[in-house]
Design a protein around this ligand. Structure first.
Ligand SMILES: [Zn+2]
Length: 642
């Protein structure tokens, strides 16, 4: 379980964006362990009913249909439902993707850095009403065909997504997740909180007392990584006035302030259907989706949940933060970090601007030849780039760029280089070839939505949430054809990008420079402070109370070491052989020819992208083969290509 480990996700934009996402994705915690299977390959096949013709189910199982739309970009029918009794919102996408995905997301804005959202994310996966065992997901994974199983704590939300190509497996996973979030055992069992959050550990009365806890230990690791420190300092400095100014993952010096009562209260408030956004995607039945959800939701009553994320007002003047990171003893190579950050907007961008800023990000940083990236990489002032540009998953988009491995005296040079390079680019503009290349890269990646091993449905869910979570239209982020056409039209007439650079990066006063320096005394100071805190607590304990801490330590260890009984484990659903379809999927195939060559074509939705593969038997003594030997009528092949 690692808080900083990215849930190997890309939210489906440009490869550069995917690379960035991997670097600085919000706290994703593999609490259920990334169970992505290699070798499970989901092929698109023709659905029995075309998504365009799909009707809402006759029986809505306690939901009302809010709207329905067809999203041509992903050949998907979208129904937005609301649960009448609780107000829970459901976005249901149907298309022919057999890699079905489900996710339940709660807005969980923390008020402090005790790490409640993160500790909860761990704890709800430690057994539930229907699955009263230690780690249902660990057991479930043993017999599951899941293509994704994870949970992620962001600065403002907690997401529980799953995916599987097998229908029964998918339903099992959904059931275990819904039971986990709505009926976790950790609400009655303080031991889970102590184990996953924090507790005092003492083996014998005269022994050394320490803090222990899964999240406590995990966050100590995160806080010792300078890259994490930089990302956190930047986020907190950009957003001093809203929930992004604290750490949802938990600050190890603040985590021990958290009580079990506050922890329970947080779950009661936010893990409620009235604060839930649920997502279904793929080729499974819509009515069944509603039926499953209603079976969990109907026992709750609607409630007002204030979980909205406040807007960070813009600064009047740029700011500067000088902070330190823990440097190892005797390491002479420790150097500084410097990163410049901007807050770009007062809310999510509209689709056309989002596309334009995405293109701009790619133009500035997307390739080794991109001017901002090249200027930094070739400057010799630092060892590697940090920040990596645009971040647009939270309430307000930001941009960050800097270098690590910088000599302290070179920090002003790095800042000046960033400022000068941006000014130069704004004055000179980009070449048409560079613009075309960035537009093509991003457009292709949006059309293809090739998210690698990360399920497509989840990539779309994360995109929808970027608007849905902030009272925006969740369907809008899935549509790009119209805004793209509009933007292209505008780009033909005016210089969109230099105007954007001026507005967002040059004239924008909401700018924070973070300077992060190594500190060799810091580790010792932190350790001393923690020891002093524990010593102070210990001094206040009577001998009986001290004995109680020893007994509790022992009890917790005993519980951790006691395995679930076979009877308890029997609650975990497993797949039967009969749950695995015997028939191979039928992929439509037409046999035709181009010239002398036999050509197989498959009529499936590929978002205007043509995939072609040519295979040949090589003669024993072959001459050099020219392209036109294979594509004598190549114009036919490229007509539909990107
Ligand atoms: Zn974690």
């Amino acid at each position: 379980m690692s808080a900083s480990a990215a849930p190997m996700a890309s939210s489906g934009l440009a490869p550069a964006a995917a690379a960035r996402a991997a670097l600085k994705r919000p706290r994703g915690c593999a609490a259920a362990r990334p169970g992505a299977r290699r070798g499970v390959y989901c092929k698109a096949v023709a659905a029995p009913v075309s998504p365009t013709e799909l009707k809402p189910p006759a029986n809505l199982h306690g939901f009302e249909l809010m709207r329905e739309e067809y999203v041509a970009e992903y050949d998907a029918k979208v129904f937005m439902f609301r649960h009448e009794k609780t107000g829970a919102e459901v976005m249901s996408l149907s298309n022919d993707d057999e890699n079905k995905t489900f996710g339940v997301t709660f807005r969980t804005p923390p008020a402090n850095s005790t790490g409640i959202p993160h500790i909860l994310e761990h704890s709800v996966l430690c057994g539930s009403r229907k699955y009263p065992i230690k780690e249902p997901f660990v057991e479930l994974i043993k017999g599951s065909l899941n293509t994704f199983l994870n949970a992620m704590t962001y600065p403002d939300r907690t997401c529980y997504p799953v995916a599987s190509c097998n229908l029964q497996d998918f339903k099992n996973l959904v059931d275990v997740y819904l039971d986990a979030v709505f009926h976790p055992r950790c609400m009655e069992n303080e031991k889970t909180f102590l184990q996953e959050g924090w507790h005092y550990e003492l083996d014998k009365p005269e022994g050394e007392m320490t803090f222990k806890g899964v999240v406590f230990n995990e966050m100590k690791g995160v806080y010792s990584s300078p890259d994490s420190v930089l990302a956190r300092e930047a986020q907190q400095a950009l957003f001093p006035d809203n929930t992004y100014g604290v750490d949802s993952g938990g600050d190890p010096t603040v985590i021990p302030d958290l009580s079990f009562e506050e922890f329970k209260e947080f779950h009661g408030k936010f893990y409620h259907p009235s604060n839930a956004r649920m997502w279904f995607y793929g080729d499974d039945d819509v009515e069944e989706r509603l039926q499953i959800l209603d079976s969990f939701l109907s026992e709750f009553e609607r409630r007002e949940v204030d979980s909205s994320i406040a807007t960070q007002p813009f600064f009047d003047e740029p700011k500067r933060v000088v902070a330190s990171y823990v440097a190892g003893e005797g390491d002479e190579q420790q150097k500084s970090f410097v990163q410049v950050n901007w807050l770009l907007n007062d809310g999510p961008f509209d689709q056309e601007t989002a596309l334009a800023v995405g293109f701009l990000d790619n133009l500035l940083m997307g390739s080794p030849a991109a001017p901002l990236r090249m200027a930094l990489e070739e400057s010799g002032l630092g060892e590697a780039i940090v920040g990596w540009g645009l971040e647009d998953e939270l309430r307000q988009p930001t941009f960050a760029i800097g270098l690590k491995g910088v000599a302290k005296e070179d920090i002003p040079k790095v800042e000046k280089l960033i400022e000068d390079t941006i000014a130069k680019i704004a004055a000179e503009g980009f070449t048409q070839a560079a613009i075309d290349s960035s537009v093509n890269t991003i457009e292709f990646s949006m059309r293809e939505n090739n998210t690698g091993r990360f399920p497509r449905g989840l990539s779309l869910m994360l995109r929808s949430l970027s608007a849905w979570l902030y009272e925006g239209d969740p369907v809008m982020p899935l549509r790009f054809e119209e805004p793209l056409a509009q933007l292209k039209e505008r780009m033909a007439k005016e210089d969109v990008f230099t105007a954007l650079i001026k507005k967002l990066l040059i004239e924008n006063k909401h700018q924070v420079t973070i300077e992060l320096n190594p500190d060799k005394q810091m580790a010792k100071a932190q350790e001393d402070a923690e020891k002093a805190r524990i010593a102070k607590y210990r001094e206040g304990l009577s001998p009986e109370e001290l004995e109680k801490v020893v007994a509790e330590t022992e009890e917790l260890k005993r519980l951790q070491e006691t395995p679930d009984t076979p009877e308890a484990l029997a609650c975990v659903p497993t797949l039967a052989i009969s749950d695995i379809p015997k028939e191979a999927k039928n992929i439509p195939t037409d046999v035709g020819a181009i010239g002398e060559t036999e050509v197989l074509t498959h009529d499936i939705a590929t978002s205007e992208i043509l995939y072609a593969e040519h295979l040949m038997v090589r003669p024993a003594r072959s001459r050099l083969i020219r392209r036109k030997d294979f594509f004598p009528e190549s114009s036919e092949w490229t007509a539909r290509g990107p």
